[in-house]
Design a protein around this ligand. Structure first.
Ligand code: GLY
Length: 413
């Protein structure tokens, strides 16, 4: 009896911890940010100590508490090097720089990868941050090579870069996923580096096509748009990782928010800012956004204590909202966006989402959803950590009165 009472009590306490409303006090934010960055550094160095002796391995997630890695070709492979670069930027420590350089070097083959739309994540997060912080010629060249690899996937009839290959079984011809908005940054950076506008124009065309075809009237987005690769007409709109074709898969919404905010930064075109603001309002006002502002894995899933969250979507949103708040001229709206980012960062920095030192297979955050239909949820994810650390760094810059994103990653080198 006593045991079951204690079990029930502990169970409810855990659920309450995850559902607790984030009530951030802005005065506490500097301490929250410093503590979180300090912890992220310690935890990431513990992970590095393990990964450095695994030839070619790069962290991805964990299964049954054990670290799972991929080789450089995994879409998530560039995030750990990127996290280390942010942590080097924050700490200035030479051992952290050496770790970032070593992990980045493992990504080298991917600059020539023409089989993945994710080369933007892979090379942008690793070599991109490395170039931003060191200016190394080798890193600059890798960015340009990778952008040219990605550009081979652009189809002018569709006006997009291809995501996945065609699949007669699924009826897919030329498939584009909302996630692909994130890879456009690499194209814009390459144009800034070379002075050749071709890659940036592809990025703009992709972003414009995606505004036309991926979004619903309420500014939620479909995950997958299946195009006819010959004439660019839309064959179907579907999901692959979400609950249903017409639902709002949380990370997809976060990719869209971040992607259009980034495209406004990189091009200065108002239509991208307008799109980002609409997405930002859709998410912020969603009746199913939990009190702690860490979304359920899909906005169509039941709002219940047992529905898995996606801390990765929350981290991407926090980073995007911080930047978006700096672009929005309406002061009240800007303040709301920033407030939401603060609420997310506060929630993620609590023990409900932040792991204990040395636990969680070395990842910082718990409770992300990689692929619910395949059963990968309530997991740590390397990209949840990357965008969390990025958001912390952006918020820290804000506190210091600096631009939240470096000019050299803003396409204006
Ligand atoms: N880009 C793959 C994902 O977000 O899961």
């Amino acid at each position: 009896m006593r045991k079951s009472f204690i079990t029930l009590f502990l169970g409810l306490a855990a659920l309450n911890a995850i559902a607790a409303p984030a009530t951030p006090d802005r005065r506490k934010m500097p301490r929250i940010v410093e503590t979180a960055l300090d912890f992220s550094l310690k935890q990431s160095l513990l992970m590095y100590d393990v990964v450095k002796d695994m030839p070619g391995a790069l962290p991805n997630t964990a299964k049954n508490g054990e670290l799972e890695t991929s080789n450089s070709g995994g879409w998530t492979a560039g995030f750990f090097p990127g996290t280390l670069w942010y942590l080097y930027e924050n700490s200035g420590r030479e051992d952290v720089r050496a770790a970032a350089e070593a992990m980045t070097a493992r990504m080298a083959p991917e600059q020539y990868n023409t089989n993945s739309h994710d080369v933007g994540f892979m090379i942008g997060c690793s070599y991109g941050n490395g170039f931003r912080l060191t200016g190394k010629e080798e890193y600059r060249n890798a960015l340009i090579n990778a952008a040219h690899s990605l550009a081979t996937r652009f189809n002018p009839a569709v006006g997009c870069t291809r995501s996945w290959g065609s699949s007669p079984k699924r009826g897919w011809d030329f498939v584009v996923i909302i996630d692909n908005m994130m890879n456009l940054e690499l194209l814009t950076v390459a144009s800034a580096l070379t002075g050749d506008p071709a890659c940036r124009e592809m990025a703009k065309t992709h972003a414009n096509t995606t505004i036309r075809n991926h979004f619903r009237p309420d500014y939620s987005s479909f995950h997958v748009v299946n195009y006819n690769g010959k004439d660019g007409s839309v064959i179907s709109r579907q999901t692959a990782q979400g609950l249903a074709d017409d639902s709002s898969w949380a990370r997809g919404q976060a990719w869209g928010l971040y992607g259009y905010t980034m495209m406004y930064r990189q091009t200065g075109e108002d239509r991208y800012l307008e799109q980002a603001v609409h997405i930002g309002q859709y998410l912020m006002n969603h009746p199913k956004l939990p009190k702690d502002k860490v979304p359920y894995w899909d906005f169509g899933a039941p709002a219940s204590k047992t529905t898995p969250r996606d801390a990765s979507a929350a981290a991407i949103m926090a980073s995007a909202y911080i930047e978006l708040s700096q672009f929005v001229e309406d002061g009240a709206l800007s303040a709301k966006f920033l407030r939401l980012a603060e609420q997310i960062l506060t929630s993620l920095s609590r023990k409900a989402y932040t792991a204990k030192l040395g636990k969680n297979a070395g990842y910082v955050l718990m409770h992300s959803t990689a692929h619910f239909p395949l059963g990968v949820y309530d997991a740590p994810l390397v990209y949840a950590d990357y965008y969390y650390v990025e958001a912390l760094m952006r918020y820290k810059r804000l506190l210091q009165g600096r631009p939240v994103v470096d000019a050299c990653s803003a396409g204006v080198l």
